[in-house]
Design a protein. Structure first.
Length: 152
């Protein structure tokens, strides 16, 4: 269940707070292969299970940008801003890939509201999302997302 903000302005009261976590997602080879097809990145560490088994990670790993793209799946599970005419992804301030995500791992997003400011016609929020890997100490991705919310 997402953390609900009834208006974009309500975000100001939650700066610095943890917003919660998404559901776990099993990252299977099929998703990795489809991402490889979509991006043209067919490097063997991602798509060749036989070769990857003897590689540095012992199995195929997800593309870093696949881990990043999952943030778009996770964020609506974590936070919902109501009273909008429109919300847009405005960009990212920082992206890191601290750990590899091995095929068969479970991942989820957890988020913290870092900053909020007024922008022309709306509110801009920076939300740090960590793509956690079940059973691992380090996340597969950490990104400071920038979202803009325009009230109805």
């Amino acid at each position: 269940m997402p953390r609900i903000f009834e208006t974009p302005m309500a975000l100001f009261d939650a700066v610095g707070e943890a917003l919660g976590a998404s559901d776990w997602l099993l990252l299977e080879q099929d998703r990795i292969d489809r991402f490889a097809d979509a991006t043209g990145d067919h490097q063997w560490i991602h798509v060749d299970p036989l070769k990857a088994a003897s590689g540095p990670f012992g199995t195929c790993i997800a593309h870093g940008y696949l881990s990043l793209s999952l943030v778009n799946l996770f964020l609506p599970q974590i936070v919902e801003v109501r009273g909008l005419a429109m919300g847009v992804n405005y960009g990212c301030e920082r992206v890191r890939f601290p750990a590899v995500v091995r095929v068969g791992s479970r991942v989820r997003g957890s988020a913290q509201l870092i900053a909020v400011e007024e922008v022309k016609g709306g509110v801009q929020a920076i939300i740090r999302v960590s793509v956690e890997i079940d059973g691992e100490d380090r996340p597969g991705c950490v990104v400071d997302t920038i979202s803009r919310y325009y009230p109805a």
